[in-house]
Write a protein that binds this ligand. Sequence first.
Ligand code: F6P
Length: 459
Amino acid sequence: MSRLVVVSNRLADPRKPAAGGLAVALGESLQRTGGLWFGWSGNIADNTADGEGHLHTRSSGKVTLATVDLNQNDYETYYEGYANSVLWPVFHYRLDLADFNTRYLAGYRRVNQLFARKLKALLRDDDIIWVHDYHLIPLAAELRALGCRQRIGFFLHIPLPPALMLAAIPQHEWLMRSLFSYDLVGLQSEADVSHCIRYMTTEAGAELLADQRLRAHNATVQVRAFPIGIDVQEFRRLGQSQDALDTYESVRREYSRRQLLLGIDRLDYSKGIPQRVRAFSELLERYPDNEHSATLLMIASPSRDSVHAYADLRHELEGLCGAINGNFGDLDWMPVRYIHRTVARRRVPGLCRASRVGLVTPLRDGMNLVAKEYVVAQDPDDPGVLVLSRFAGAAEQLKDALLVNPYDTQGMAESIQAALHMPLEERQRRHRALLENITRFDVHWWRESFLAALGASSP
Ligand code: F6P
């Protein structure tokens, strides 16, 4: 059997809590198949005289982890720059936050070339290579340029925006052309697939063949949706851990006379966190029965805080939370509890289960796995309600959530009120339907269906 080689910018580090769905999903799914996981070490180091980052390898269960360090300049231009100040904002429909500094592209290309060189030395002829996310879009093109002939698939964990928005990236033609070096491109949703096909046929002159295959530049690539899922059994097991049970008990005790609403995100402008706080404020304003009762617990783990837009968001949020607590809070009740720290993953199921409402309200999101975890953590006899943004990729699958428009403050407040007062029978019915979908399309379905399609693609 071929060895699976996974490549991503960030790897799951068993010594640290994983931030973001990618590392969790890949970590869990690679433990099943075994293989090689290649990416950035997470370290910034002075590189050696030849300008190459050191390669470190170690084993974790059935997986060999191979990582390279980045130097300070590459970190700034590739990671903070092109990946997180160009591609991240544009792919999340935030052209206003993009910084098209010309230094960034050179760093992005340099690191993709570095990854290709280091990885090539580790490859076997019959490896199957699976590249992940926006940091590494041109990696297959760089590998091909070095003579690699293996099958290579790509999965984009974030949304793919409409063609005209992509066209705002000065190097969009080069970037999108590099997708033709892959045999298969996987996206999170059907909306993303339609954007990709439209871009390729209108901007890149590609021909659309059967089975969502696109032909241009003497190459054919198939583009399909593979919505990512969670490891349901693993998350359930986590929910039975002592930490999760203790967390559940202590939160229940503390909020026994209150209704808890929960949000767990990386502190990112795509997550719609200020919009959520405004909707919560509107809820308290419009429906005073929630005073002294509804409490919004928001856990926003620190993320990319050296990028300006993230620092700005942090200040905005601190101001908003302070204002709402000042306006509505009382001696024995603070409406918003905002925590800007990472909470241990093993406590997450307990927090979800203890909350009456899960608020997942991004302005745009590739999928959002917290939405799925919230549902799985619930007690089926007395489940909480998932309030989900229609702009999360998960909304294509989770139609039994209460779908909201996070830009509509009043509408979101009304939906939260409906969630807080939803009759038990409706909560149970929605929960059953959501759970069925999440269990069926779990992370193993995602991995197996992607790899089966990659195996079947013409090399
Ligand atoms: O899931 C999307 C994603 O951007 C991943 O690629 C990334 O690893 C994760 O979010 C967390 O972000 P970062 O790696 O920048 O800390």
